[in-house]
Design a protein around this ligand. Structure first.
Ligand code: C5P
Length: 407
C-alpha cells in the first residue's frame, strides 16, 4: 500500500452519532503522516466540538461558509482543491443526498460541489435509511461520478436496530485511503523504475551520557515524504532515519540510527545508488567523550561539554571519487539570505541540487505539514509555492527523474 505521509486530507464531518469516532480517525490519519483539515456541518457540532478537532488536527476547523476572514484566508474552492483527498466521515443520508444532487447550502456541501477531487464517503446511518430507495439512488449517483464509498458495516446501531449502516472503523477508513493511493500510483507512470535511491531523514541524537543527548527539532516528515515519493515513482529506496515518530513509508526499506557517525556508516553501506537525498538534520557536533554514568549535579556547578565536529554525510557522498551517486540532493535550512546561502552551500558540499527552506520562526517548517522551498542548482534558483510536504516531495521526485533522464 502507498503511504499517507505528507498527504493532505480535507475531512468533512457531518452530523451522525458516529462523529464520536472522528477524533480517533484524525489521530490515526496523523499517525500515518497525513495533514488533516476539518470542516464541520452545524449538525456535526452536536456530536463533536471544533475545539477537540482543532487540537487533534493541529489545524483551524472550518464551519461557516460566510465567515469573511475564512474567505480571505482560504476560499472554499481553494479549501476543496488544495487537499489530496476529500473524505466525508461520517457521511449521513442527508449529505450524501445533497452531494448526489448538487445542493450547496452550507460550507460542507459547497466544498463537495466545488472540489476537483473524487471524494471518499464513509456512510453512517440507520439501516432503513441506508436501504431506502432514495439513498440507494444517491449512492449509485455518487459512485457513477467517481466517488468511493467505504462501508457501511453491519452491526447493532446506536438506535438498537441491526443491519448495514454503521460507519466502518477509523483504521479501516485509513487503510481504504492507502489502498486508493496505491491504485493511483500503480496506474501512473513509474519514471524511476530500475533506479536506486538512498535518503537520510530526521534528526540525529548525540549522547552526552546514558540519559542525555543533543538533538534538534526535525520531525523527519519531509524526508519520509521524499522516500515515499521515490518509491512510488518506482525507485528501490533505502531510508536511513534518525529517531522520529513516523511509520515506515510503503515500499521503502528503513534503517534506523541514532548518531551522525552511525548514519554515515549506514549510508555508505546502502550505496551505490543513482540518487542520494540528504534531508536529515544531522547534528553538527557531538560530545567528545560520552560519560559512562549519568553526570551528577554537584557543588562544582554545571559541567562543560567539549564538542567535536561530526562527519558531513552530504559532503562525503558528494565528493566520493568512486561510485558517487549520479544525482546528489542536499537541504539548506536558513533563517536569512536563503538563495545566496544555498548557492554557497551547493559549492561547499559539492552536491547537484539544494532544496532550501526558510526556517525562520514565523514559517513553522519544523514539525509542520507544509513547506516552502527554493530549488537551487549551479545555474538557477526557483522558488516553489508553499504546499504540503507530500506535494513538495512529488515535485522534487519529478525534477530528479527529469534530471536523471538528461545526464
Ligand atoms: O551544513 P548544513 O547542516 O547547513 O547542511 C545541510 C545539508 O547537509 C543537509 O542536506 C544535511 O542533510 C546535510 N548534512 C549532512 N551531514 C552533516 C551536516 C549536514 O549530511 N553532518
Amino acid at each position: 500500500m502507498s503511504s499517507l505521509v505528507g498527504k493532505s486530507v480535507l475531512l468533512v464531518v457531518s452530523g451522525g452519532i458516529a462523529a464520536f469516532k472522528i477524533p480517533d480517525l484524525v489521530r490515526r490519519l496523523r499517525e500515518r503522516g497525513a495533514a488533516v483539515t476539518i470542516v464541520l456541518t452545524e449538525a456535526a457540532k452536536q456530536f463533536v466540538t471544533p475545539l477537540t478537532l482543532a487540537s487533534l488536527s493541529g489545524n483551524k476547523v472550518y464551519d461557516d461558509l460566510f465567515s469573511l476572514t475564512d474567505e480571505i484566508e482560504m476560499g472554499h474552492i481553494e479549501l476543496s482543491r488544495s487537499a489530496d483527498f476529500v473524505l466525508v466521515a461520517p457521511a449521513t443520508a442527508n449529505i450524501i443526498a445533497k452531494a448526489a444532487n448538487g445542493l450547496a447550502d452550507d460550507l460542507a456541501s459547497t466544498l463537495l460541489l466545488a472540489t476537483d477531487k473524487r471524494p471518499v464517503y464513509a456512510p453512517a446511518m440507520n439501516v432503513r435509511m441506508w436501504l431506502n430507495e432514495a439513498t440507494i439512488r444517491n449512492v449509485a449517483a455518487l459512485r457513477a461520478a467517481g466517488a468511493t464509498i467505504l462501508g457501511p458495516a453491519d452491526g447493532v446501531m446506536a438506535c438498537g436496530e441491526f443491519g448495514p449502516g454503521r460507519m466502518i472503523e477509523p483504521l479501516e477508513i485509513v487503510d481504504g485511503l492507502e489502498k486508493l493511493l496505491s491504485a493511483d500510483a500503480s496506474a501512473t507512470d513509474r519514471p524511476l523504475a530500475g533506479y536506486r535511491a538512498v535518503v537520510t531523514a530526521g534528526p540525529t541524537r548525540e549522547p552526552i551520557d546514558p540519559v542525555r543527548y543533543i538533538s534538534n527539532k526535525s520531525s523527519g516528515k519531509q524526508g519520509y515524504a521524499i522516500a515515499a515519493a521515490l518509491a512510488a515513482a518506482g525507485a528501490q529506496t533505502i531510508l536511513v532515519s534518525g529517531p522520529v515518530d513516523l511509520a515506515p513509508p510503503d515500499g521503502v526499506s528503513v534503517v534506523r540510527v541514532e548518531t551522525a557517525v552511525q548514519m554515515l556508516a549506514e549510508v555508505e553501506g546502502a550505496l551505490p545508488s543513482d540518487i542520494f537525498v540528504a534531508a536529515a538534520a544531522v547534528a553538527d557536533w557531538r560530545a567528545k567523550s560520552v560519560g559512562a554514568q549519568k553526570t551528577k549535579k554537584g557543588p562544582k556547578g554545571p559541567p562543560s561539554i567539549e564538542l567535536v565536529e561530526n562527519p558531513d554525510i552530504l559532503a562525503t557522498v558528494s565528493k566520493m571519487k568512486k561510485g558517487r551517486p549520479r544525482l546528489v540532493v542536499g537541504f539548506a535550512a536558513e533563517t536569512e539570505n536563503l538563495i545566496a546561502n544555498a548557492k554557497a552551500k551547493l559549492n561547499r558540499k559539492g552536491c547537484d541540487l539544494i532544496v532550501a527552506n526558510d526556517v525562520g520562526a514565523e514559517n513553522e517548517i519544523f514539525g509542520g505539514d507544509k513547506n516552502r522551498v527554493a530549488i537551487v542548482d549551479k545555474d538557477d534558483a526557483q522558488q516553489w509555492p508553499q504546499s504540503a510536504k507530500g506535494d513538495v516531495a512529488e515535485r522534487l521526485v519529478a525534477l530528479i527523474a527529469s534530471r536523471l533522464a538528461t545526464i
